[in-house]
Structure formats: structure tokens, C-alpha cells
Design a protein around this ligand. Structure first.
Ligand code: NAD
Ligand code: ZN
Length: 341
């Protein structure tokens, strides 16, 4: 089969012919139809310090996808040939204390497809049946293929109290833009979204933000719409230090900051003034909760109140990997996907 492979410890991906993966008894083989490209793939492509420390070439890359089940292992009873599915890309052990207490999203033994084992930028992928998530008939493979980053946004938004809330979303990358649409559907009373990029602010507006602002305008707009108090909830979706400080500054006293964005290095926080004396609750987001985030995502899509399709702006075949990575780096894209079959 065709697959995009991190072939050696160097920059780039190589389109190679590799064997179709063999499945274990508890796994299924999925024919990949769509796959989302994300910042993590850019790190692996560029072979930065994080990628060098984590990824062991050769490996098939990619972790966001949807497709059709074409083979099921002997022990699999609830997934069938022909099922239209996506999957949770974090493969957890299911046995540790965290998994057994409902916290698999932070299982210390997690293996991520496309990072720690072969991924989905390929014609086929093997997945444990327990990670498979069925798609409703009316959910396209396009939307199925972006459930992973959409799930990050659902996890971030729905672990805060959004109904009626005033919300600031700092960072309108694909995940921030999804979060805007989710907050809208969940009944936020005011959604202010900030970014430095006009294209992305326009997408945030399209997804339902009441106000889209540059970071230097955010304070004035937040104050205006919150009687000077600050927003109830900030979803920090940039990972940029100045936006993180702004999150703590513009949330109200007693408010909540949901931290999804991953800074590239240490950030100096004045804990006393930025967090403690404001009585804040800070929540670190890791992946998606298994599987309550997935259930809520399905229900929001089913209700029709949340439509993520405007976020997909670019499509490429696997042969266009270099262009796909360039599109992401340009900042001109929302979500970039591969059309595989
Ligand atoms: P992205 O890089 O496309 O989006 C970040 C956005 O922040 C960009 O649009 C950028 O223009 C904007 N930005 C830059 N400076 C800003 C500022 N001062 N104020 C406001 N916005 C600013 O990334 P994404 O794919 O949407 O992911 C968002 C973040 O979440 C990234 O840091 C990513 O690494 C992280 N992430 C975390 C998890 C997790 O499980 N915690 C999972 C996936 C991604
Ligand atoms: Zn575990």
C-alpha cells in the first residue's frame, strides 16, 4: 500500500510502498478515506527537537482519520466489515489505575498512532477495536477525519461551564475555531476570539464568534462586554506566552482557564497574582476524554447545531504532502486534509 513514512532521522516524509498492516485478534483493519494533517505532523516532518526525542523512524505518520472497516480480528464482536468509522488515536493500556478510574486520556502508557506506532497517512491502518468510534450515516468521511482535533476542542470547552458564559478563545487555529463553534452551540452568551491572523479570525467569525479581535484589542473588548469584570472562561488555544498571560489577565476573578495550547518552552507565570489571588481554576487539557468527549461530539454533530465543515479549507492527495505541510505553515489554512480514497 501507499504510505507517508518518516523514513530516516531527517526532515521530510517519503511516499513509500509498504506492506498492508497485519491485524491482531483484537484489532480491525481500516481502509483510510480521509486523514487530517496537524501541527504534530509538522513537528515530525521538520524533525525538530521534540520529534527527535520521541519518534523512532521508520514509521508511517498521521493520527487523524476516518474510513471503512475491511477486516476484523477473531475476538472483535462490535465492529464489522463495512462499518464507517473514525478512531481515538491514543492507544492506552486499559489496566493502569488512571484507565481504571476513568482517566484514560492521561494514561501514562499511551501509544499514539503516527508518533509511537504506525499511523494513518496510508491506504490502511490497523487499530484496536476498543479505539474505534462509529460515524453516523450522515457524517461525511471529511468530518470523520477531523474528529481528533475537534475532540480536543470539545474536551476543552465542555469541561468548563459554557451555557450562558462569556468566553474568550485565545488562538484561532483549527482547534480554536472548532471551539468557537462548540461554545456557540453550547449556549455561550458572548464569544470573543483573538488571533494575529486575519484569515483565521474570519473563520472564527464564520463559526459564530461575536467579536474577533487582535490580541492588543482583546482587553478593551472583553471589558466592554463583561462590565469590566473579565470573561467567565478562557480557552487558551495558542500556546503563545503572551496569550497565556492575557488569559489569566482577562478571566474574571473566580473564573476558569482551560489550557490546551502547548508552549514551545517554559513560561514564567507569577502564580500569586495571575492565578492564586484571582481564585482561578486552571485545567490542563490532554487529548480527548475516553469516551465521554466522543459521545458529546457525536451528539453535537447529530443535533445539527454544530457544523465544522467551514474549517476544512485545503485538500491534498498523499502525493501532496510537501504542499500540505506548506499550507499549514503559511497560516492561510484552517484544517488541511488528505483525500486518500
Ligand atoms: P495552531 O498553531 O494552528 O493555532 C494557534 C493559533 O494561535 C494560530 O492561529 C496563531 O496565529 C495564534 N496566535 C499566535 N499568537 C497569538 C496571540 N498572541 N494571541 C492569540 N492567538 C495567537 O494550532 P492548533 O492546531 O489549532 O492547536 C492549538 C494549540 O493546541 C497548539 O499549541 C497545539 O500544539 C496544541 N494542541 C494541544 C493538544 C492537547 O492535547 N493539549 C492537542 C492538539 C494540539
Ligand atoms: Zn492506562
Amino acid at each position: 500500500m501507499k504510505a507517508l513514512v518518516k523514513a530516516t532521522a531527517a526532515a521530510g516524509f517519503v511516499l513509500e510502498d509498504v506492506p498492508v498492516p497485519a491485524i491482531r485478534e483484537d484489532e480491525v483493519l481500516i481502509k483510510v478515506r480521509r486523514a487530517g494533517v496537524c501541527g504534530t505532523d509538522v513537528h515530525i516532518y521538520e524533525w525538530d527537537a521534540w520529534a527527535q526525542g520521541r519518534v523512532k523512524p521508520p514509521i508511517v505518520v498521521g493520527h487523524e482519520f476516518a474510513g471503512e472497516v475491511v477486516q476484523v480480528g477473531r475476538l472483535v464482536t462490535d465492529v464489522h466489515e463495512g462499518d464507517r468509522v473514525t478512531a481515538e488515536g491514543h492507544i492506552v493500556d486499559g489496566r493502569c489505575l488512571l484507565c481504571r478510574t476513568g482517566n484514560s486520556h492521561v494514561c501514562p502508557h499511551t501509544k499514539i498512532i503516527g508518533v509511537d506506532r504506525d499511523g494513518c497517512f496510508a491506504e490502511y491502518i490497523a487499530m484496536p477495536a476498543t479505539n474505534v468510534w462509529h460515524l453516523d450515516d450522515n457524517i461525511s468521511f471529511d468530518i470523520g477525519g477531523i474528529h481528533d482535533p475537534m475532540g480536543n476542542a470539545f474536551h476543552t470547552a465542555l469541561t468548563a461551564e459554557i451555557p450562558g458564559a462569556t468566553v474568550l478563545v485565545t488562538g484561532c487555529g483549527p482547534i480554536g475555531i472548532f471551539a468557537v463553534g462548540i461554545c456557540k452551540a453550547a449556549g455561550a452568551s458572548r464569544i470573543i476570539a483573538s488571533d494575529v491572523n486575519e484569515t483565521r479570525l474570519a473563520l472564527a467569525k464564520q463559526m459564530g464568534a461575536h467579536d474577533v479581535v487582535h490580541p492588543n484589542e482583546a482587553e478593551a473588548v472583553v471589558k466592554r462586554h463583561t462590565d469590566g469584570l473579565g470573561v467567565d472562561v478562557v480557552l487558551e488555544m495558542s500556546g503563545v506566552p503572551s496569550a497565556i498571560h492575557q488569559a489569566f489577565a482577562l478571566v474574571r476573578v473566580g473564573g476558569r482557564v482551560q489550557m490546551l495550547g502547548i508552549p514551545s518552552k517554559k513560561v514564567d507565570i507569577d502564580l500569586a497574582t495571575e492565578i492564586i489571588f484571582k481564585g482561578l481554576t486552571v485545567y490542563g487539557v490532554v487529548g480527548r476524554r475516553m469516551y465521554d468527549t466522543w459521545l458529546m461530539m457525536t451528539r453535537f454533530l447529530r443535533s445539527g447545531q454544530f457544523d465544522p465543515s467551514p474549517v476544512i479549507t485545503h485538500r491534498f492527495p498523499l502525493e501532496g504532502a510537501d504542499e500540505a505541510i506548506r499550507a499549514i505553515k503559511s497560516g492561510e489554512a484552517g484544517k488541511v486534509i488528505f483525500e486518500i480514497a
